[in-house]
Design a protein around this ligand. Structure first.
Ligand code: UT7
Length: 328
C-alpha cells in the first residue's frame, strides 16, 4: 500500500475590512511613510472592528474552505489553530471556531508559536492525517495583533496587522503534500519579543494595568539579527536535506515580518524575486497569518507538483521550514 501523505487540498483567507495606513500611524506616533516603507516594506495593514475576534476570521475561513471543496463543515474531523491572540485564555479558539462554523463533528486545539504558529500547527495536522486519525483537518494561522499592540509604541505598531488564513489537509496517495519539515525553538529568546503581563508569571494587576507590559514588547534590532540568520539557515537546511537546488524550488512562502528578512532568505536560497511570495505591503506582519494569506493570494498561480518551501521565524524564539508539493 502506498504511503499516505498530508496534502493541502483547499486554502482560504480572511482579513478585516478596516485599514491602518502609514499615514494613519503618522498621526499616532513619531514616524513617517518613507521610514516604514524603506525599513520594512509595509504600506498598510488591516485592523479588526471592535468585537471582531480571531474566531470570526477562523469561522470565515472554515466556511470558505468548505465552499471551495464542496463539503460541509460537518465533514471536518479537526481544526487546529496557530495563534497568540485567541478569543480567550481558555477555551481554545479552535473550540469557538468549530461552534461558529458549524463544524459540530470536529475537535481540535490551539498552537502557540507566534509567527511560526502556522508552520507548527501544519506539522501537527500532518501527523493526524499520516497516522490516519483524521481525514479532513483544517489548519488555521492568524492573529488579531491589534488586540495586543500599544498604538503609542512606534517600535511595534508600524509592523503588525490583523489577518488569518487556513488550509484543508487531506490524505494523498500520489506522494504530494508535505514532504519534510524542520522545526526549531529556543526559549531563551523570550526576553526579546513577548507580551509580559497577562499570563501566570505576571497576571494583570492594578499596578501593571494599562502599562506597556500588557502589550507586545520587541527589541527589534536583536530579533532582526536572529530572524535574518535563522530563517535563511533553516530554509537552506531543508533544501539540502531534500537535495533541492534553487531551480527545483518553484515558490518560497516566507513569513512576512520585514522585507529585508525575506530578501536575505531568498538570496541564501538562490531564488529570484519572481519565486518569492510577498504581500507585506498590504497586510504587514499578521504573525501566524502571513504564510496562509500568501498561499490564498497565490492559489491561482500554483500548479500540481510545484515544490514549495514555507519558512518562518518568530517570538519564542520559534522558527522552521516545511517543504511540500502542491497537490492541485
Ligand atoms: O515577526 C517575527 C519577529 N519580528 C521580526 O522579525 C521583526 C524584526 N525587526 C525588524 O523588523 C526591525 O528591527 C524593525 C522594523 C522593528 C526596526 O527597524 P531597524 O532598522 O532595526 O530600526 P532600529 O530599531 O535600529 O532604529 C533605527 C532608527 C533609530 O533612530 P537612531 O537611533 O538611529 O536615530 C530609531 O529610533 O530608527 C528610529 N526608529 C524609527 N523612526 C521612525 C525606530 N522606529 C521608528 C519608526 N519611525 N517607527
Amino acid at each position: 500500500m502506498s504511503k499516505i501523505t498530508a496534502a493541502i487540498t483547499a486554502v482560504h483567507g480572511a482579513v478585516p475590512e478596516g485599514k491602518l495606513t502609514n499615514a494613519d500611524l503618522e498621526k499616532l506616533v513619531d514616524t513617517n511613510d518613507e521610514w516604514i516603507v524603506s525599513r520594512t516594506g509595509i504600506k498598510e495593514r488591516r485592523k479588526c472592528a471592535p468585537g471582531q475576534a480571531m474566531s470570526d476570521l477562523g469561522a470565515e475561513i472554515v466556511k470558505g474552505i468548505c465552499d471551495k471543496r464542496g463539503i460541509s463543515p460537518l465533514d471536518i474531523d479537526m481544526i487546529i489553530v496557530g495563534t497568540i491572540t485567541g478569543d480567550y485564555r481558555f477555551p481554545s479558539t479552535s473550540n469557538v471556531i468549530c461552534d461558529k462554523s458549524g463544524a459540530k463533528n470536529a475537535w481540535g486545539h490551539d498552537v502557540s508559536a507566534a509567527c511560526s504558529g502556522f508552520l507548527f500547527a501544519l506539522t501537527s495536522g500532518q501527523q493526524y492525517i499520516e497516522n490516519k486519525t483524521a481525514k479532513k483537518v483544517i489548519v488555521i494561522g492568524g492573529d488579531v495583533m491589534s488586540s495586543i499592540i500599544d498604538y503609542r509604541d512606534r517600535n511595534t505598531c508600524i509592523i503588525f496587522g490583523d489577518g488569518a488564513g487556513g488550509v484543508l489537509l487531506e490524505p494523498n496517495e500520489e506522494g504530494l503534500g508535505i514532504q519534510d519539515s524542520v522545526m526549531k525553538a529556543d526559549g531563551s529568546g523570550r526576553e526579546y519579543l513577548l507580551q509580559k503581563a497577562g499570563g501566570s508569571k505576571h497576571p494583570i494587576t492594578k499596578e501593571n494595568f494599562g502599562t506597556h507590559d500588557m502589550y507586545v514588547y520587541q527589541e527589534g534590532k536583536t530579533v532582526f539579527k536572529f530572524a535574518v540568520t535563522n530563517m535563511a539557515d533553516v530554509s537552506a537546511e531543508i533544501m539540502e536535506r531534500n537535495n533541492l537546488t534553487s531551480n527545483d524550488v518553484n515558490w518560497l512562502v516566507p513569513h512576512q515580518a520585514n522585507l529585508r528578512i525575506i530578501d536575505a532568505t531568498a538570496r541564501r536560497m538562490g531564488l529570484p524575486k519572481e519565486k518569492v511570495m510577498v504581500n507585506i505591503e498590504k497586510y504587514g506582519n499578521t504573525t501566524a497569518g502571513t504564510i496562509p494569506l500568501c498561499l490564498w493570494e497565490w492559489e491561482d498561480k500554483l500548479k500540481k507538483g510545484d515544490n514549495i518551501v514555507l519558512s518562518a521565524f518568530g517570538g519564542g524564539f520559534t522558527w522552521g521550514s516545511i517543504y511540500l508539493k502542491w497537490a492541485y
